[in-house]
Design a protein around this ligand. Structure first.
Ligand code: MN
Length: 500
């Protein structure tokens, strides 16, 4: 190293570091023990990226610093914050993963490596199924839930600063964010993050619509605010009179969901009535139902829109009572009532309420894995968790029977674990399998029986007058579970054998 790191000493801390510390203090009482490590990562990243600039002209360090700041919003631990500060060091500077492991810890190096690995995978398809496969693959490749969480923060900051990139890149990144990252964040219950990602994606993918909505809403903002203040005021008063102390937030639904409503119902903005929503946070479950009753006394509910996710918690743990009422002037207002504990879970990424809004997805196996991931996030946040215990459980063994690989065009193909290059050829097309004479994995020529791993890109070399070899039967792991039909192929081999 050509630079020296200064001791952890409050006199040395620049303002930026103090801001970061302040943010961590909001949720971590033990920050004092962690300061030396965090301070080291801060300086290390600053030095490593010295002289590098983003397209916007800002020093590169701004990006990694802001990524870490976003993670404080999600109450992430110090290890994760350090990894966030260092997340682009291996990719963009001469510093290796080994150096990070030595200077910091193997865990931090492992997280940085994971983020680097995910960063190398690019999504470039507008097909829904591809997006779903891609989301699965991210989970598979991430190996550790924290890798994914850092990646979300990294992506959010890149989205916030997308304006300075060329248009083509803006589009690609925005599509990837909308189709892959936002739905994944939604499933992990990282609701705030998801909404911001979606709004930013809309801004870059449909700038005219975004500007239109922004104008409409800002023109009505005062009116909407006055309306919601009046509405929440009435509810607050009623609850107080009945001895219920509640925290009530009014909120405007985010642009992307308003836009989706306009599209789905084919209605102009003026006819979308339920752009307003409120949350009522109370102390106990009994108060949730009590508040519901009092609110229904004030405003008429729409019976079809009533949902009790407290009595019937979702399989992912989400709990709240939802009701839509007719507010003053006939406006529809969605109300979510929950306890503080339920609220905290729903906000910071434990409870995802994805099922009822993302009805398109009903992949149960993915749901199960997500539940498991969510439990991990839970553990990650609990103070009582024992470090080595949860390091063990943090290893993601999702989809352990499945791998995800790419065609040269970047299409994603999922195969059973243990699949070879030859399996891949048949998975793409029987004809390609039959005519296959060789394969390149990640641009290197390899034998056809080479076992593939997730993230590999495979190119199959074919020849029009080639026929399959009997030996191939030994290489394919197809045993009836494969997606393609292997029978014509065996038939072909027999024919071919008879012919020679
Ligand atoms: Mn980055």
């Amino acid at each position: 190293m050509t630079w020296t790191l200064t001791e952890a000493n409050p006199k040395n801390y620049p303002r930026k570091f103090l801001v970061l510390l302040d943010a961590v203090r909001q949720y971590n009482d033990n920050i004092d023990n962690d300061i030396p490590l965090l301070w080291k990562a801060f300086q290390f990243a600053q030095n490593a990226h010295m002289g590098q600039f983003r397209r916007s002209g800002e020093p590169y360090f701004e990006h990694v610093y802001n990524t870490a700041l976003i993670l404080t919003d999600l109450s992430m631990d110090t290890i994760t914050l350090c990894a966030a500060l260092l997340h682009d060091v291996v990719e963009d500077t001469a510093i290796s993963e080994e150096i990070i492991a030595e200077e910091f810890s193997p865990t931090i190096a492992f997280l940085v490596k994971g983020v680097t690995k995910i960063g190398g995978i690019k999504f470039n398809s507008e097909q829904e199924q591809q997006a779903e496969n891609f989301r699965k693959m991210l989970l598979g490749v991430a190996e550790d839930i924290r890798v994914l969480i850092i990646k979300f923060a990294d992506r959010l900051h890149n989205m916030r600063t997308l304006g300075s990139l060329p248009l083509v890149k803006q589009r690609r990144i925005a599509i990837e964010t909308r189709d892959v990252y936002a739905p994944l964040a939604h499933r992990l219950g990282m609701y705030r993050l998801k909404m911001e990602m979606e709004d930013l994606a809309l801004k870059y993918l449909e700038p005219r619509i975004f500007n239109f909505l922004e104008k409409k809403i800002s023109a009505k903002r005062e009116e909407l605010e006055a309306y919601i203040n009046n509405f929440t005021g009435l509810i607050d008063k009623k609850l107080r009179e009945n001895g219920i102390e509640a925290v009530i937030f009014g909120r405007l639904k985010h642009f992307y969901s308003i836009y989706n409503k306009m599209k789905k119902q084919n209605k102009p903005f003026e006819e979308i009535y339920d752009v307003l929503a409120i949350r009522v946070i109370v102390n106990t479950v009994a108060e949730c139902y009590g508040s519901l009753g009092y609110i229904h006394q004030l405003f008429k509910p729409i019976p079809e829109r009533f949902r009790d996710f407290i009595a019937n918690a979702k399989s992912n743990g989400y709990q709240s009572v939802h009701s839509t009422v007719i507010g003053p002037g006939g406006k529809l207002i969605e109300i979510q009532i929950r306890t503080h504990e339920m609220h905290k879970k729903a906000e910071v990424g434990i409870a995802a309420h994805w099922k009822y809004k993302e009805s398109k997805d009903n992949d149960d196996s993915l749901d199960k894995h997500i539940q498991w991931l969510r439990d991990l996030v839970d553990m990650l946040k609990s103070d009582s968790a024992n470090e080595s215990d949860f390091m063990e459980t943090l290893k993601i063994d999702l989809f352990k029977d499945e791998i995800f690989v790419f065609t040269p065009k970047g299409d994603l193909i999922s195969l059973p674990k243990g699949s070879t290059a030859l399996d891949f050829a048949f998975a793409v097309h029987t004809e390609i399998g039959l005519r296959c004479i060789g394969a390149k994995v990640n641009a290197k020529i390899v034998p056809l029986n080479t076992e593939l791993s997730s993230g590999d890109q495979i190119e199959i070399i074919t020849s029009a007058n080639h026929s399959p070899s009997y030996n191939w039967l030994k290489y394919v792991c197809g045993n009836g579970t494969m997606k393609w039909d292997i029978r014509p192929w065996i038939f072909f081999i027999r024919l071919w054998e008879r012919g020679t």
